[in-house]
Design a protein around this ligand. Structure first.
Ligand SMILES: C[C@@](CO)(OP(=O)(O)O)[C@H](O)COP(=O)(O)OP(=O)(O)OC[C@H]1O[C@@H](n2ccc(N)nc2=O)[C@H](O)[C@@H]1O
Ligand SMILES: Nc1ncnc2c1ncn2[C@@H]1O[C@H](COP(=O)(O)OP(=O)(O)O)[C@@H](O)[C@H]1O
Length: 285
């Protein structure tokens, strides 16, 4: 029986700006995203009957058509006229509804993997286009690397990876809805905007100090107000010596960038006193 495996890494937003609310209800964004080495793993095998079957060791995600990996398989089947079924096992490690694009990355991995399993011969650009139909972050998760994302997040410009560093992630035990955070944002009243060009330039110059100084996310204004524990985690991370700290996406996960390995255990152990879900990983460069 044919089988393929795909890794589905989490993303972080190094800079996230919202320019305006659009007529279609989405927000026009400009953001810089990169991947970290915290990943789900997907195993996909052929099913002789025409069915999509999902399983996972994680008890807290839907395994039916609400799952983005299921939606990815269904979309590919419909568009490419695939008659076979597929069994997908999702080995989940990325925290759910965390601002780390776990579901989006699973969908991206399913598109990449099923393109191979079913020998469809779609290009990355075609997969990105299909992915955009399922979610704004999915094209980036298909492409990977580091990119400036515009539009509603689906228009990508690949840029250099930042210099390698440690990324400490802390997720407080709350689930944040992306739609709700965008819904509460007063996009026209934002006083400060992070400079995306400035962050892109800091990355181009490989200046770790400037990258840390330029971290910014306008969605913090909504999530930090609503959930004071996210603000507290940011403060704790700074006190424990992270070089730069920011909330990822719509939150609630906070990440800290650290250049020196010697700082990691203090940061990791200190944070564990505040929340159960703490990870120390590397950038996926
Ligand atoms: C905030 C970000 C930052 O990377 O990530 P997460 O925090 O979700 O990881 C993204 O913009 C999230 O992208 P994604 O999670 O794919 O969003 P989608 O499924 O397309 O949309 C979910 C909902 O968010 C809102 N939405 C999303 C993207 C966008 N540019 N404007 C929006 O207003 C819409 O209300 C939409 O119905
Ligand atoms: N494969 C999946 N993994 C995780 N969550 C998923 C998946 N498919 C659908 N979901 C749903 O998508 C929502 C957002 O999940 P996720 O992608 O982890 O968050 P975020 O967009 O904040 O990074 C959750 O409510 C979850 O139920």
């Amino acid at each position: 029986m044919n089988k393929v495996y795909e890794k589905a890494p989490a993303k972080i937003n190094l800079s996230l700006d919202v320019l305006r609310k659009r007529d279609d209800g989405y927000h026009e964004v400009e953001m810089i995203m990169t991947m970290v080495d915290l990943a789900d793993r997907l195993e996909m095998s052929e099913l002789p009957r025409d069915q999509i079957v999902l399983s996972s060791q994680a008890g807290f995600i839907p395994l039916d058509e609400k799952n983005l990996a299921f939606q990815a398989a269904r979309l590919l089947k419909e568009r490419c006229g695939v008659k076979q079924g597929v069994y997908i096992h999702l080995d989940k490690h990325i925290p759910v509804a965390a601002g780390l694009a776990g579901g989006s990355s699973d969908a991206a991995a399913a598109l990449r993997g099923l393109n191979r399993l079913w020998q469809l011969g779609l290009t990355t650009a075609q997969l990105e286009e299909l992915g955009a139909e399922l979610g704004s972050d999915i094209p980036f998760c298909i492409r990977g690397g580091t990119a400036i994302a515009r539009g509603r997040g689906e228009q990508l410009e690949t840029i250099d990876n930042p210099p390698q560093c440690w990324v400490v992630l802390a997720k407080p035990p709350i689930n944040v809805s992306t739609a709700e955070v965008y819904g509460k944002l007063r996009a026209n009243e934002l006083k400060e905007h992070p400079s995306i060009a400035g962050m892109a330039d800091a990355i181009k110059r490989q200046s770790f100090a400037d990258i840390c100084a330029r971290l910014g996310n306008v969605l913090e204004s909504v999530t930090l107000d609503r959930y004071p524990e996210v603000r507290q985690i940011k403060e704790v991370m700074m006190k424990l010596g992270a070089d730069g700290v920011l909330m990822s996406g719509s939150g609630p996960t906070v990440f800290g960038l650290v250049s020196k390995e010697s700082k990691i255990s203090r940061l990791y152990n200190g944070l564990r006193g505040f929340c159960k879900e703490v990870y120390a990983v590397r950038l996926l460069t």
